[in-house]
Design a binder for this molecule. Structure first.
Ligand SMILES: Nc1ncnc2c1ncn2[C@@H]1O[C@H](COP(=O)(O)OP(=O)(O)OP(=O)(O)O)[C@@H](O)[C@H]1O
Length: 320
């Protein structure tokens, strides 16, 4: 099998082509692998690189070396090819996807990652031609992420500070979006702070919005958070962030009037006005969003120690 390391130099805080690639080559060379290193030159390039290799229809493993955006791009390029599997070397700022399986440290163990194997994971089809691996959302959380780049350029205003300023800005604006969210045909209409459609548990740099979601159950966990007063919003968001809005498979009693949780396979979000949406960390204004689960659509490589401990819900490990 060919091993292709696709490195995004713009992920995370430092340029991985400088600090990671030399170390990678030093560690991989003695392993006598058939390998290649590709450095992305622009957004979307990782998809093109993955597609180009996968089209040879030979067994190939891609290592998405970057954050969730890079992983999304590599999965997008690879998932239609049964000979291709996708691993992740977490060099981004959030790397929320891999939290479904283990920690960043587990995936940074390069030798363990290389000797790991693939398990089937679900993906989401967003609209006609976009793929999402972890979570799609619309509303307040997406608007906060959308505004962050504007503050990052202010001197002394780094990641966390930019995030906090963006939260304050969004909480000061009128909150809530009137929308209808349909889950497998059942419609929920209301004034929602946010709607999240989760394949995985975590997004936004550690928000455990869907702590009960599984990447291999063929289902999406949908969370609808009602508009609440400014006084209540911080408390609700704090619980939502920590995953404390759930007890077992249910929303905790004190939040049941505020948060609706349903599972399904197809979701349409139709807002009254254009809304900011977040698809695996990439934010855009959209008039509406439709999302459909693609069960066991990709092969995701777990490092050997995690793969040994992993119990899949569907199929057998490595056999999509
Ligand atoms: N050479 C490049 N120049 C500019 N942007 C690039 C380049 N290569 C990739 N990108 C873009 O960089 C964006 C950010 O990458 P990524 O999401 O992997 O990092 P991150 O934001 O640090 O991590 P996370 O999403 O986990 O927080 C992606 O949307 C990707 O399209």
């Amino acid at each position: 099998m060919k091993h292709v390391f696709i490195v995004n130099p713009k992920s995370g805080k430092a340029d991985a082509s400088q600090f990671f690639v030399p170390a990678l080559i030093e560690r991989v060379a003695p392993l006598k692998l058939d390998y290649a290193v590709e450095i992305t030159a622009y957004p979307g390039h990782a998809t093109e690189i993955a597609k180009q290799y996968a089209m040879a229809r030979e067994p190939v493993r891609f290592y998405a070396c970057g954050g969730d955006g890079t992983l999304n791009e590599v999965l997008t390029g690879a998932f239609r090819y049964p000979e291709a599997e996708v691993a992740c070397v977490p060099l981004g700022s959030g790397n929320d996807f891999l939290k479904n399986f283990g920690t960043a440290e587990d995936f940074l163990d390069l030798e363990d990652n290389i000797s790991g194997w693939a398990v089937p994971v679900d993906l989401m089809q967003v609209g006609e031609d976009q793929i999402s691996a972890a979570i799609c959302s619309a509303g307040l959380d997406a608007a906060v992420a959308y505004n962050i780049p504007k503050y990052r350029r202010i001197p002394f205003c780094g990641g966390k500070m930019a995030y906090n300023i963006s939260i304050v800005e969004n909480i000061c604006k009128p909150m809530g979006n009137r929308m209808t969210v349909s889950v497998d045909g059942k419609a929920f209409t209301g004034n929602f702070l946010l709607a999240a459609v989760a394949n995985g548990t975590t997004y936004g740099g550690g928000f455990r919005a869907a702590p009960r979601a599984r990447m291999d159950d063929g289902l999406l966990d949908v969370l609808l958070v009602n508009k609440v007063s400014r006084l209540k919003v911080a408390g609700v968001i704090a619980k939502y962030q920590a995953g404390r809005h759930f007890s077992g498979d249910e929303i905790i009693p004190e939040l049941r009037q505020i948060i609706t949780f349903v599972r399904g396979r197809e979701v349409q979000i139709v807002p009254e006005k254009e809304i900011v949406t977040n698809i695996d960390g990439e934010c855009d204004l959209r008039p509406q969003v439709s999302i459909r689960v693609l069960p066991a659509a990709a092969r995701f490589v777990l490092p050997a120690r995690l793969a040994e401990a992993y119990t899949p819900l569907v199929g057998l490990a490595g056999s999509v």
